[in-house]
Design a binder for this molecule. Structure first.
Ligand SMILES: [Zn+2]
Length: 178
């Protein structure tokens, strides 16, 4: 359904989701794209909920390489990707991202991924630029760029140690019983 043809109720629901995304730090352009809302409307919502004159300037981070630049980023992005996968029944991408991002923030209060980068991850997962693979050593689900198998040394959870010597909080829920 295009925004022009949707009803008032659906439109207000999307505006509510837009406000939630902006409160979590989403740029108005990111929120507009995720919700299929006109950008001008998203800017209005952004101003209202943040009290800022306008969204920050500069390009929105879209690099997928960023998630692979450290074990910490890759581990957290793997958790987030799993939550994004679990929220796939959400009809609107913005709703799916909000659900996944809330779970991610609950798991990682010291989160390194902001919601705009999370949107880039969602986009990468949808387009196939990044996927959830499995570590051949510890079987944890780990983000990967196209290869379903992740080698132990690059796995942020076990780094090739077979999953026996890692700290408990680094395990993905699915791998905990392995
Ligand atoms: Zn591993």
């Amino acid at each position: 359904m295009t925004p022009e043809h949707e009803g008032l109720v659906e439109r207000s629901r999307r505006i509510g989701l837009c406000a939630e995304l902006c409160r979590m730090g989403a740029r108005s352009a990111v929120a507009a794209d995720l919700l299929g809302l006109p950008r001008r409307l998203a800017i209005q919502v952004y101003r209202e909920v943040t009290g800022a004159a306008g969204p920050p300037r500069g390009r929105t981070p879209q690099s997928l390489e960023w998630f692979f630049e450290s074990h910490r980023r890759r581990a957290q992005a793997s958790h987030l990707a799993l939550f994004i996968d679990a929220a796939r029944t959400a009809l609107i991408p913005g709703e799916r991202l909000l659900a996944a991002y809330r779970s991610y923030r609950a798991l990682h209060p010291g989160s390194v991924i902001d919601i705009n980068r999370a949107a880039a991850l969602l986009e990468g997962l949808s387009r196939g630029g990044v996927m959830l693979g499995s570590c051949e050593a510890c079987a944890a689900r780990v983000i990967s760029t196209g290869e379903p198998r992740v080698y132990g040394a690059e796995c942020p959870f076990c780094r090739g140690e077979g999953g026996e010597h890692q700290t408990a909080n680094a395990r993905l829920p699915q791998a905990a019983s392995a």
